[in-house]
Ligand binder design. Structure first.
Ligand code: FES
Length: 77
């Protein structure tokens, strides 16, 4: 949530994560912390999202949805 990533839409990414987890009923099942930090030092490649210590760059809503689907596949898949 540094200013560059924020300006590029990271607040939408956080909202997407929250709604995805709610829709999948995962908020009470998994230990997820949606945290915001200051600049990750990679502004030119933002928005930047860090998941389990791995940095993802150029994360738009489509990329974030793919990341979430990989992390939390729908039951039955
Ligand atoms: S503001 Fe996101 S990497 Fe700098």
């Amino acid at each position: 949530m540094g200013s560059s990533c924020f300006a590029r839409g990271n607040e939408k990414i956080v909202a997407l994560c929250e709604s995805f987890l709610a829709a999948r009923g995962l908020k009470d099942e998994v230990d997820v912390v949606l945290g915001a930090s200051l600049c990750a030092g990679n502004c030119a490649k933002g928005p930047v999202v860090i998941i389990n210590g791995k940095t993802h760059t150029h994360v738009d809503e489509g990329v974030m949805t793919d990341l979430l689907e990989d992390l939390f596949p729908a039951k039955g898949q």
